[in-house]
Design a protein around this ligand. Structure first.
Ligand SMILES: *Cc1c(COP(=O)(O)O)cnc(C)c1O
Length: 344
């Protein structure tokens, strides 16, 4: 049987032999004391990439978001985010448990919200209100289908946020996917945010690691909360070396993942009983629907799995497939053929 085509997530990538070599050769030190040269180098690289003063390496994207939010809010504050955003839906309740904030959710279109919705959500000073402490956006938007935030919409929100003194956070787990797709740079986006994140363990292919990016003062505060949340690591330069390798070798190639996602969507569009919006596929995430009464999502996923194709169920009729550096064009074509057969 040919190799498994695993499209459940871009987190499933495994470190390549060259990446493992870079890890084995990494210089290390105690990072809680800022003495790990590989982590220091990675943090400097990413701060420069985002055009900010400083960055902080953390074990996961969840910790990146939660530490960044914690460092900019007080317990009992309110933050604004889109209803389907990752920190609200997929971080195990950390906003309540760790950051200690409540959330004012806005219904978006494919994860994108409008400045007028934010204007209506920001709290006025009133003893009854939890003060609005932060506006959080996500780019690309995971549950929005890998959608890319238009820069003019971010700019409009930033202009308003500045006028009411509310800082902004960007969940940039897949910001580089947005950059490769649009030709914009991370700086072009990051300039509108007080804090940002980046995941190295998604399409970039590192086994572990995310970064928080922002001003020097903010990162100093975040450093304390990273320790408090249990994210202070020691000779983790071995992991950071994988991140450096990923940034040096795996960014431009994200374009291939985007082509493969389009190819997959076109293939799916051609299969009876499946429904997909091909034009909505902007980066490496494809959402599609099963429109066959007698066939449930779990049944279809089982049939795919039996043929070595893995995807994720995300709702009563919806399935998500994510492309990444361990799936090539041939793998995509096989996934389409297996899907076609499974729908018969
Ligand atoms: C994957 C992801 C994260 C972080 O996930 P971890 O599994 O904690 O690394 C954060 N935001 C978005 C949008 C993501 O897709």
């Amino acid at each position: 049987m040919p190799a498994v085509v695993d499209l459940r997530s871009d987190t499933v990538t495994k470190p390549s032999p060259a990446m493992r070599k870079a890890m084995a050769e990494a210089e290390v030190g105690d990072d809680v004391y800022h003495e790990d040269p590989s982590i220091n180098r990675l943090e400097e690289m990413v701060a420069a990439l985002y055009g900010k003063e400083a960055a902080l390496y953390v074990p996961s994207g969840t910790m990146a978001n939660q530490v960044a939010i914690r460092a900019q809010t007080h317990h009992g504050d309110e933050i604004i985010m889109e209803r389907s955003s990752h920190p609200f839906n997929s971080e195990a309740g950390a906003l309540a448990a760790l950051a200690g904030v409540q959330v004012n959710l806005i219904e978006g279109r494919r994860g994108i919200i409008e400045v007028d919705q934010i204007k209506a959500a920001v709290r006025t000073p009133n003893v009854h209100h939890a003060p609005t402490a932060l506006i959080c956006l996500e780019n690309t938007h995971n549950r929005g289908g890998g959608s890319i935030w238009p820069l003019d919409k971010i700019r409009a929100i930033r202009e308003y946020a500045l006028s009411v003194g509310v800082p902004m956070h960007l969940d940039g787990a897949r910001l580089l996917n947005a950059c490769v797709a649009t030709g914009l740079t991370p700086k072009d986006y990051a300039v509108y945010f007080d804090s940002c994140t980046l995941c190295l363990s998604k399409g970039l292919g590192a086994p572990v690691g995310s970064l928080i990016i922002g001003s020097k003062a903010f990162i100093e505060r975040a450093h304390r909360f990273r320790k408090q949340f249990g994210g202070g690591m020691r000779q983790a330069g071995i992991l950071a070396a994988a991140g450096i390798y990923a940034l040096e070798h795996n960014v431009e190639r994200l374009a291939e993942d985007h082509l493969n996602a389009k190819r997959l969507a076109r293939g799916i569009a051609d299969i009876e009983g499946l429904e997909v919006d091909v034009n909505a596929v902007e980066t490496n995430i494809v959402y599609f629907h099963v429109r066959k009464a007698e066939l449930t999502v779990p049944m279809l996923l089982e049939r795919l799995k039996a043929e070595g194709v893995l995807m994720g169920g995300t709702g009563p009729t919806s399935i998500r497939a994510v492309t990444h550096l361990d799936v090539d064009k041939e793998g995509i074509d096989r996934a389409v053929e297996v899907l076609r057969a499974a729908m018969k």
